[in-house]
Design a protein around this ligand. Structure first.
Ligand SMILES: [Zn+2]
Length: 171
């Protein structure tokens, strides 16, 4: 399962399964052509985790909805496949706080990384993560990792240079 940020406010962050949301058939595709033409295969999954911040400390306050699809390690079809590369993340982080909007940063990334498939939305999400980290050193991801490290969950967390890079968990 892959989580993406749905909404982010100063004291409340909602993350949803990245298969959540209805598939928008903008290109009028059939079921056969759809897989090739889109990055994601949304299933309308309602799984969500709500994080809240009390006095600067983030905690998981609610987990709602159930996955309506198989869970597994296969990331085929998930939007995350096209997400920011490590190098792009470093760039985006460097631009954070400089008053650039995601669209501007995207232009810069596209010039620098010719085969980048990143989107302004992914840059926006990364900027939110950066902001969350800066605000209190303990972001929603860290709060999530803490929660799933407890006995009720099977979890696997991968760190890259001390930063959470990959989170997998099952309840
Ligand atoms: Zn799901």
């Amino acid at each position: 399962m892959v989580l993406t940020i749905k909404t982010s406010k100063e004291k409340r962050v909602v993350m949803k399964c990245d298969l959540g949301g209805e598939y928008v058939n903008m290109l009028n595709l059939t079921d056969e052509t759809r897989q090739k033409e889109t990055h994601t295969r949304r299933t309308g999954c309602e799984f969500e985790i709500v994080f809240s911040s009390v006095k600067g400390v983030w905690a998981v306050c609610k987990i709602s909805g159930n996955h309506n699809h198989e869970l597994g390690g296969n990331l085929a079809g998930h939007a995350v496949k096209c997400c920011l590369s490590e190098l792009e993340k470093v760039k985006v982080r460097a631009f954070s706080g400089q008053g650039l909007v995601p669209k501007d940063i995207l232009c810069i990334l596209r010039k620098e990384f010719a085969n980048s498939h990143s989107t302004a939305k992914e840059i926006y999400n990364e900027l939110i993560v950066v902001r969350a980290e800066e605000l209190r050193g303990r972001g929603p991801i860290e709060a999530l990792v803490e929660l799933i490290s407890c006995s009720d969950y099977f979890s696997k967390v991968r760190l890259v240079e001390g930063v959470v890079d990959y989170v997998f968990f099952m309840h």
